[in-house]
Design a protein around this ligand. Sequence first.
Ligand code: ATP
Ligand code: MG
Length: 449
Amino acid sequence: MRVLIADDEKNIRRTVADYFALEGIECEEAENGLSAQKSLAEEHFDGLVVDLRMPGMSGLELLDWLQQEGRSIPTIMISAYGEIRDAVAAMKAGAADYVTKPFDPDDLLIRLTRSVEDDRLRRLASLDREAGPELESESSSMRKVLELAGKVAPTDSTVLITGESGTGKEVLARRIHESSTRADSPFVPINIGGIPEQLIESELFGHEKGAFTGADARKRGMIEVASGGTAFLDEIGDMPLHLQVKLLRVLQEHRIQRLGATTSIPVDVRFIAATNADLEARVADGRFREDLFYRLNVIRIKLPPLRERPEDIPLLARHFLSTMRERTGSRVTAISPEAVRALQSYRFPGNVRELENMIERAVILAEESELTAADFDLPEAGGAEGRGRGRPGAASSPRGTLREIERAAIEQALYRNEWRRQQTADELGITRRTLLNKIKDYGLEEDLS
Ligand SMILES: Nc1ncnc2c1ncn2[C@@H]1O[C@H](COP(=O)(O)OP(=O)(O)OP(=O)(O)O)[C@@H](O)[C@H]1O
Ligand SMILES: [Mg+2]
C-alpha cells in the first residue's frame, strides 16, 4: 500500500510515516497542499492523509480538486481540536474519515486501512465497472475448481460435480460443456430427482410406440436428444437402483435402448453428473451401485460452499445486481461496503442461490441507488445464525475466559481470511503488528491441510 501524507508540520509527517513504515506501508510526504497536488498528479496512491489547514492550498481545496479531476482516493483528514465543523465539511467533500489532533497513529492507521478496504469492496461490488461473467472468482478454492474444469472440458471424460445445494453445480456443468468441442451441440439437463419415478426410464431412454399404455407415438429420450452434446444428470443420487444398471450400460457401451425396443442404437453423448448427496454413503448402505459410482467418479469436482469463499461475494453481488438491472431496469448500482461485510459474515445455507434471491429482493425493495445492510434481511451479526463459519470451533454465544474467547475469535478470523494477516487485522480492527503478537502469544499455527 502506498500513501501520501500532506501536512505542514514536519513532526506529524515523520511520526505517521515512521509508524506506517513499521506496518509495511510506503509513505510519501508533502509539506503543503500544492506539493501534494503535484504528487497526486504524477503518481498513484492507495490512500491519502491530509491536514485540513495548510498554507497555500488547504486540505479541503485539495479534496475539491480531486473531485473535479474525477478521482477518488480514500482520504483521512487531520483536523485540529475545535475544527470539527470543518471536518464535517471535509467528509461532505469526499473524505472517508477524520482524526483530531493530537491523534494516535494506530487509530489513524486503522481508519485508513478500513477506508482503503471499503473502497476496494465498493468498487468490487458496484456497477461502474462492467459486471463480470458467471463464475468469475477471487477465491483460491474456486479458482482451483475452474482450473480443473478447464482441464477436463475438452476431453470426453465423465465428470461428477458435488457440492451443497445452490453452489453452482449446474452453472459449472454448462461452463464445461461450453468450453468443450461439443459446445455447438445441445446441453441437456435432466433433473432425475424432479421426474416421477415411473417416468424416469422413458424420459431418459425414450420409448417405442405401444411400449406402455399411453405411449401412442415413438419418443426420443433425453440422452438421445443430447446426441453430439452433453447430458447433465442432476441429482444422480436419486436414480432408482433398477435403472442404475441401465445407465451404467449406456456409459460403458455408448448405446441406448428405448423402452419397448428390441435393438439398441449408438449415441455420442458426454455425461456430467451432479449431486448434493453423499454418494459414498449411499454406496455403503446399498442405495447406489458401486460400479456406477466408479464409472461416474472419473473426475470429481467439489464446489466449495459460499461461506468458505467470502471473497467471491462482492463479485457475485455485482453480477446479480447487473442481471437484475437488465431484467427490472432498477436504479440500484452499488452495494455499501458495510453491507458487503455483513453478507460476508453470513453463513448462506442456501449458498449462491440464496445470495441471488437476497439481492433480487433487496433490489426490488430498495429506495436508494446504493443497497445498505438494512436492505438485506440478515440475522443480527453475532447471533447464533449469522456467525460461525464451521471450522474451527464455530461458537454461537461464546463461553470461556476472555482470553479463550479472543483466541477463538482470532483463529476464526484467520481461517475466514485464509491466513492473510493484513486482511484479518483489518477485519478485527487491530494493526497487523498487534495481530502478529497475538498469533505468537496464543500459539496459533497456520493449518496447511
Ligand atoms: N459462480 C456463479 N456466478 C453466477 N451465478 C451463479 C454462480 N454460481 C451459482 N450461480 C447462480 O446460483 C443459482 C444456483 O446455481 P445452480 O443451479 O448451478 O446450483 P446447484 O449447485 O445446481 O444447486 P442445486 O443443488 O440446488 O441444484 C443459479 O441461479 C445460478 O445461476
Ligand atoms: Mg442444480
